[in-house]
Design a protein around this ligand. Structure first.
Ligand code: ZN
Length: 183
């Protein structure tokens, strides 16, 4: 790891902003996609996650959702960061329901840094599902997502107590929000 962490963070943020240029979140607010990865990195930084997890947090959706390859990340950020992003990347060749089942079964097997990264990602996604859900997601689909996120998170907890607590708070808030919007 280079000495100047601020420079690395900004380099990763710029890389992510360029990679995700033109992409927006599915939510009604149609936020720029890069807002999501900055939120994930901020959650990690605020809870004392290791530097490599924060950097990978900024880059975690580039391989899954942009033209960026694992080799690109390795060349620019090195094998540790690229490896963490790989742990957070779903195999899009597989059907969606299989990918969702794999996230649950693989969660306990990830490295400690990847567990924290994936938990922060789920926290950010739960906030989005509660506050700015995709326009085409009905109430039942939002509830189903929250339940699935809870099952994935169960296998990610136990590394960073502050993140575990934030997940639980966010999970309960999302369920309360959905209960209040019950059709
Ligand atoms: Zn994400």
């Amino acid at each position: 790891m280079e000495a100047n962490f601020s420079a690395q963070i900004l380099r990763a943020a710029l890389f992510a902003a360029r990679a995700h240029a033109g992409q927006v979140r599915k939510g009604a607010a149609a936020e720029p996609y890069v807002n999501h990865v900055i939120e994930v990195a901020a959650i990690l930084a605020e809870h004392g996650a290791p530097e490599e997890a924060i950097l990978a947090g900024l880059l975690h959706d580039t391989v899954e959702d942009t033209e960026t390859t694992d080799a690109d990340l390795t060349a620019v950020f090195g094998p540790v960061i690229a490896g963490l992003v790989a742990e957070a990347t779903d195999d899009k060749e597989k059907p969606k329901e299989i990918r969702k089942a794999l996230q649950i079964s693989q969660a306990p097997k990830h490295s400690e840094a990847a567990k924290q990264l994936k938990l922060a990602d789920k926290i950010a996604n739960l906030r989005s599902i509660a506050d700015s859900p995709p326009a085409n997601w009905n109430h039942a689909r939002r509830i189903e997502y929250v339940g699935w996120a809870g099952r994935v998170a169960a296998g990610l907890k136990g590394v960073n107590p502050g993140l575990d607590a934030l997940f639980d708070t966010t999970y309960r808030a999302a369920l309360a929000r959905l209960a209040s919007e019950m059709p």
